[in-house]
Design a protein around this ligand. Structure first.
Ligand code: ADP
Length: 259
């Protein structure tokens, strides 16, 4: 039997066990590599808003004497965006570590998913005037769940649809109530995802490595968190995608009648 090379070590073992070891090893290597890339990207993602804050604070301080009260207020409001960016990043990092520790907690309450979707899309539409978010939803869609966490799912899927559609300006969000539950479909006409990577995007720190997606920053935490929240609500998330045509993410949540 030929020796199988695993790293620097040549092994002579039972083939199936050796193959198992190779897979384990390469999966671990891939995660290690993903973590290294993550640390590198995370440092940039943290540093950029921090630098923006630092520069704006310095500028405001330097001009303070010559500025009117209104100008100072305007200058201060430019600090909001980088602060929000940092907040989002830190929240996601905390969520990932809570998931890893099995400590993501939920407050279950009656949620009007229709109202929540309106709220989320109004906020995103305001923040991203470059895209048009088209919403189709029934008048009422009610379930029991964690309102904030479900809002996080919707926000994440819709903002990804915008982020990964640099050229296509329309994002469609369709909510339906069926026998199986409430379905939310988020469809974009953007870059798309290669078929073999569609499952992997729900893994921790995974990012699609196509030339088209290269310039788009992110840390690969959002969908990992989204998938966990959906699963913890006994729901299902799926994705259909074609490179160059766009992607459709579908979330189905069980229907629990609420008065
Ligand atoms: P992030 O966007 O911060 O990298 P996510 O976990 O939200 O992390 O997404 C993981 C990866 O899945 C992204 O890096 C991107 O490659 C891919 N992806 C997610 N949503 C879309 C989409 N709507 N269109 C194309 N690719 C997507």
């Amino acid at each position: 039997r030929l020796p199988v090379i695993v790293g620097q070590v040549a092994l002579r073992t039972h083939p199936s066990r050796t193959i198992g070891f190779i897979l384990d090893n390469s999966a671990r290597k891939e995660l290690d590599q993903r973590k290294d890339e993550f640390i590198n990207m995370a440092s940039h993602e943290l540093r950029n808003p921090l630098m923006a804050l630092k520069m704006r604070v310095q500028l405001t301080r330097r001009r303070q004497q010559k500025q009117s009260h209104n100008e100072v207020v305007t200058a201060l409001s430019t600090l909001e965006e980088p602060i929000k960016q940092l907040e989002r990043l830190i929240e996601e990092l905390l969520d990932v570590s809570k998931i890893q520790a099995g400590k993501l907690e939920y407050r279950k309450e009656r949620v009007d998913l229709h109202a929540l979707l309106r709220e989320v899309t109004d906020t995103l539409q305001y923040s991203y005037p470059s895209h048009r978010i088209v919403v189709g939803a029934p008048a009422r869609a009610c379930l029991i769940g964690d309102r904030d966490r479900l809002g996080q799912v919707l926000t994440n899927l819709i903002s990804n649809a915008i982020k990964y559609s640099p050229q296509a300006q329309t994002v469609e969000v369709k909510m339906d109530t069926t026998e199986d539950g409430i379905t939310v479909r988020v469809r974009d006409h953007g870059l798309g995802i290669p078929r073999e990577q569609c499952e992997k995007i729900f893994e921790r720190f995974y990012r699609v490595a196509t030339p088209q997606q290269k310039g788009i920053t992110g840390l690969g935490m959002g969908l990992y968190i989204v998938a966990r929240i959906v699963k913890d609500h006994e729901g299902i998330i799926t994705v259909e995608s074609e490179v160059g045509k766009g992607s459709t993410f579908t979330v189905t949540l069980p229907h629990r009648r609420c008065a």
